[in-house]
Ligand binder design. Structure first.
Ligand SMILES: O=C1C[C@@](O)(C(=O)O)C[C@@H](O)[C@@H]1O
Length: 252
């Protein structure tokens, strides 16, 4: 059964599913302007999608952006994500480069949660998670497929892998090819939420999957990603935050 996790002043896994908004700016200026707009919407969680940068800078500059975001978002839990092309993101890094970046981020005090794609080398991921925990930060194990929704055995196997490497939160985002896929992901989410302590976040993407983004109170998904506007989605099917807030309150 999901055990809520306290991150700063936010309790993830208790009450209405929390709303996260992603920063998708291409450079520091765009990022600052987006964060200012995002803050007006009072989200529960903010995610910085590093892979939206127009080029990946050296770590010092990356850190300067991250600490600026932290300063502006104050105590709102901050997730840092580098999404690889293989999982629907914007860059390809070699295995070594990806883990080097994550290793640096795991020691950075400006973030609260680090997104870690579970499909990378298990030993290296475990090391990054150990570093994160030593730095009192949380690991968000993630898996994305922008083409299909994998079968249940595959999904459960990946969740077991996330637990084996000590991820604190699990996240699954899949593309449905029919309505059954959306219902199946919601049902498997319910089963995972009932049998694991770690909070789980899932969504079916695209127009077909929108129901999954508003039904966390039924499926057990503890957080949903909303968009700043229709032009600022970080994944297909996101609902804009203003609407999302109203819907979640109405169906609570
Ligand atoms: O993993 C996720 C979920 C997401 O892909 C979505 O479908 O809302 C959006 C991403 O920014 C985030 O990292």
């Amino acid at each position: 059964m999901t055990k809520p996790i306290k991150i700063n002043n936010t309790l993830l896994g208790s009450g209405i599913p929390k709303i996260a908004v992603s920063i998708t700016g291409k450079d520091k200026l765009q990022i600052i302007s987006q964060v200012n707009q995002i803050m007006k919407l009072a989200p529960d969680v903010v995610e910085w999608r590093i892979d939206y940068l127009s080029c990946i800078p050296n770590y010092e500059y990356l850190h300067s952006i991250l600490s600026k975001i932290r300063q502006l978002t104050k105590s709102i839990p901050l997730i840092c994500t580098f999404r690889s092309i293989a999982e629907g993101g914007n860059y390809h890094l070699s295995e070594q480069q990806y883990l080097k970046l994550l290793s640096k981020l795991s020691q950075d005090n400006s973030l609260d949660i680090l997104d870690i794609e579970i499909n990378h080398d298990t030993k290296l991921i475990s090391k990054v998670i150990q570093q994160l925990h030593a730095n009192q930060k949380l690991a968000l194990g993630s898996l994305h497929d922008f083409r299909i929704t994998p079968d249940n055995d595959f999904i459960l196997n990946k969740i077991a892998n996330m637990q084996a490497v000590s991820a604190d939160i699990f996240k699954l985002a899949f593309m449905p090819t029919n309505s059954q896929d959306v219902l199946r992901l919601m049902t498997i989410t319910r089963n995972i939420a009932d049998s694991y302590d770690e909070p789980i976040i899932t969504m079916s993407m695209g127009a077909l999957g929108k129901t999954s983004r508003i039904s966390g109170n039924t499926s057990g998904s503890v957080l949903t990603f909303g968009s700043l506007s229709q032009h600022n989605e970080s994944a297909p099917g996101q609902i804009c935050v203003k609407n999302l807030k109203n819907i979640l309150k109405t169906i609570q």
